[in-house]
Design a protein around this ligand. Structure first.
Ligand code: ATP
Length: 303
C-alpha cells in the first residue's frame, strides 16, 4: 500500500507544483495566455548562481513588431546592489522584470545574470535563482502553510514556521482556528493586502534567492501596514541584489542607483541626492509626490 501511495502522492505534488508555478508566474507578471513561449536552447546548461550581478546591455524590446517598449536600456547592478526603476505609468518598468525572468526574449542587446545570458540557461534553473515579491500576491486554494512552503519544494514545517516568524506573520497564523493548516485563497480565508504581502515575504525567505525583484504594491495599504511591510522588505533585501520596480518614489531614496524611464528610454540616472540636485524629471516627480503627501485625501481619491 505504502509503495503505491507514495509515488502517487509524489506525482500529485510534482503536478501541483508545475501547474501552480505556471499560474503563479503568469499572475505575478500579469502575463496573458497569448505571451509567446520562450524555449530553452538545445542542451542549455543550468544557471550557475554567483554574487547576483544583473546586467542589461542595450536592451531593446517590444511586445509586438509595431511598438518598441524598451529602446536601449543599460544598467549593471553588482552583487548586493540596489537599483530602482521609476517613471510614469507605461514607461516599461514591469517589462524590465519580465525580461529578467525571461518571460520574453529581447529583440536587441542582452540580459545577463552573473555573466550568463538568460537565453543560454534553462528557464527552470534561472527562475530558481530569482525571487519576486509582486504587487498582488496570488494565494493558492490550499493551506497557509502550503502557501509559504511553496517558496522551496521540500521545506520542512520547522523551516516554514521560521520563515513565517521572520516575515512577522507567525502570530497571525497561530491565531487562526487551524493554524498553518487553515485554508486560504478563494475558497478559504481571505487575507488582507498586508497579510498576503507577508506570505510572499515568507515564501521568498524560504527560497533565499541571490537576486530579488520587488514590484511595489500600487494597491493601497494603510500607512502603518505599509511602513511595516517596507521595513520587512528592506530586511529581505539585505545581502541580495535588489531591483525595485517603483510605481511611487517613497521606497527608492536609499537605492544605490535610480534609473528614470520614460517611454522606454533612460532620461536620468543617479542617486536620490544627485537627481534632486539636478532639478529635472525626477525632482519634479518627487515634488509632486511630496505635494500629494501633504494632502492625504488627494491620494485616497486617486485610488
Ligand atoms: P505601471 O507603472 O503602470 O505598472 P510600467 O512602467 O510598469 O507601468 P509596463 O507594464 O512595463 O509599464 O508596460 C510598458 C508598455 O508595454 C505599456 O505601454 C503597456 O501597455 C505595454 N504592455 C505591457 N504588457 C503588454 C503585453 N502583454 N502585451 C502588449 N503590450 C504590453
Amino acid at each position: 500500500m505504502i509503495q503505491i501511495t507514495v509515488p502517487l502522492n509524489f506525482l500529485g505534488t510534482v503536478y501541483r507544483e508545475i501547474r501552480q508555478s505556471l499560474v503563479d508566474m503568469r499572475e505575478m507578471f500579469e502575463l496573458t495566455d497569448t505571451a509567446p513561449e520562450v524555449q530553452d536552447a538545445p542542451g542549455a546548461p543550468a544557471f550557475r548562481p554567483g554574487e547576483g550581478r544583473v546586467t542589461f546591455r542595450g536592451v531593446r524590446f517590444g511586445y509586438g513588431p509595431d511598438r518598441e517598449v524598451l529602446r536601449g536600456l543599460d544598467f549593471d547592478v553588482p552583487g548586493g546592489g540596489k537599483l530602482a526603476i521609476v517613471g510614469p505609468s507605461g514607461a516599461g518598468k514591469s517589462t524590465v522584470a519580465r525580461l529578467l525572468f525571461r518571460f520574453y526574449d529581447v529583440t536587441g542587446g542582452a540580459v545577463e545574470i552573473d555573466g550568463q545570458d538568460v537565453r543560454g540557461v534553462t528557464q527552470e534553473s534561472l527562475r530558481r535563482g530569482l525571487g519576486v515579491v509582486p504587487q498582488d500576491t496570488v494565494l493558492f486554494n490550499d493551506t497557509i502553510g502550503y502557501n509559504i512552503a511553496y517558496g522551496r519544494a521540500g521545506a520542512s514545517r520547522e523551516e516554514v514556521e521560521a520563515a513565517a516568524r521572520a516575515a512577522r506573520i507567525d502570530g497571525f497564523i497561530e491565531g487562526l482556528p487551524q493554524g498553518y493548516d487553515t485554508l486560504v485563497g478563494e475558497r478559504g480565508l481571505k487575507l488582507s493586502g498586508g497579510e498576503k504581502q507577508r506570505v510572499a515575504i515568507a515564501r521568498t525567505i524560504l527560497k533565499n534567492p541571490p537576486v530579488l525583484v520587488l514590484d511595489e504594491a500600487t494597491s493601497a495599504l494603510d500607512t502603518g501596514t505599509e511602513r511595516a511591510i517596507q521595513a520587512e522588505l528592506r530586511r529581505l533585501g539585505e545581502g541580495r541584489t535588489v531591483i525595485m520596480i517603483a510605481h511611487r518614489l517613497s521606497t527608492v531614496v536609499e537605492a544605490d542607483e535610480i534609473v528614470v524611464l520614460e517611454a522606454g528610454r533612460v532620461v536620468e540616472r543617479g542617486t536620490h541626492g544627485d537627481l534632486l540636485a539636478r532639478g529635472g524629471v525626477y525632482a519634479r516627480m518627487w515634488a509632486a509626490q511630496e505635494a500629494d503627501a501633504g494632502q492625504p485625501e488627494a491620494g485616497a481619491a486617486a485610488e
